[in-house]
Design a binder for this molecule. Structure first.
Ligand code: APR
Ligand code: ZN
Length: 245
């Protein structure tokens, strides 16, 4: 049974890294992006430059954020998240590099400093100029009741959920940490990603080229499967629950 092979690779590993995509959160009720019926089949991404340039685009983006169109906030971790949290707690996994913005790895009990968010986080907002953090529940009433588009309470500039949108530059700190962790591991486990969005999708191959074992756990095949030491096509939650004590 190939799940046993993953268990053996985890057992033999001194320092593993887990890399997650939206596929680990679908069992929490959050749609992924590219499966049939996924987020991008229902709406187009709002490019960063459009969000900055157009009040209408900002209104559309905030409507999506506050009515939960993409379903990112207010959900709970599932068995897949919990199994990853157990691997971190057991000292097997040194870091979780995630493309997800739903905060579910932190909600599953993984310390913030062990979660590397390449695409930011949708559970709060920041000012694009001074960086001040804004809580969504402080911004929502004025938007919902009076249509006021959120602006920074300190400097009045544009405020955006703390996600990295298409067209926005990648966060330097998390990218540097992700590279460091990728180059330090002997086992790199991909969970629930189609591996089509770069530069994030470059980390599995970087690990492989650096001599780590590469495992891809995904419902569908990915274009990086040929480079993996082990590919498991199935549901993450039940699969990880069966092998992670
Ligand atoms: N178990 C295993 N695999 C799953 C499950 C599940 N329960 N649910 C979905 N999947 C798989 C799908 O088959 C799909 O291949 O997870 C993958 C998710 O791929 P995407 O929807 O493309 O999500 P992701 O790879 O995270 O996208 C990367 O694209 O739009 C941007 O910023 C967005 O971070 C996102 C990035
Ligand atoms: Zn500001």
């Amino acid at each position: 049974m190939s799940a046993a092979k993953l268990a053996a690779l985890i057992e033999a590993s001194e320092r593993a890294v887990v890399f997650t995509g939206a596929g680990i959160s679908t069992e929490s009720g959050i749609p992924d992006f590219r499966s049939p019926g996924g987020v991008w089949s229902k709406m187009k991404p709002i490019m960063f430059q459009d969000f900055v340039a157009s009040a209408d685009k900002r209104r559309e983006a905030w409507t999506r954020a506050f009515n939960g169109t993409a379903g990112w906030t207010g959900r709970s971790p599932n068995a897949g998240h919990d199994a990853v949290a157990r691997l971190v707690a057991a000292g097997k996994v040194s870091a979780v590099i995630t493309q997800n913005v739903d905060n579910l790895h932190q909600d599953s009990g993984i310390p913030d400093e062990r979660v590397i968010e390449l695409h930011g986080n949708a559970s709060y907002a920041t000012c694009l100029d001074c960086g001040l953090r804004h809580e969504l529940h402080h911004l929502k009433p004025a938007f919902v009741e009076r249509g006021e588009i959120p602006a920074c309470r300190a400097c009045g500039s544009i405020v955006k959920t703390a996600t990295i949108s298409f067209g926005q530059s990648m966060p330097e700190g998390p990218m540097a940490r992700a590279e460091e962790e990728t180059l330090s591991c002997d086992l790199f486990i991909v969970l629930g990603s189609s591996l089509v969005v770069y530069p994030a999708a470059g980390f599995p191959l970087l690990a492989k080229r650096n001599g780590a074992r590469l495992v891809i756990v995904n419902r569908e095949p990915t274009e990086q499967d040929p480079y993996a030491d082990l590919v498991l096509n199935g549901e993450i939650g039940p699969l990880l629950s069966s092998i992670v004590p």
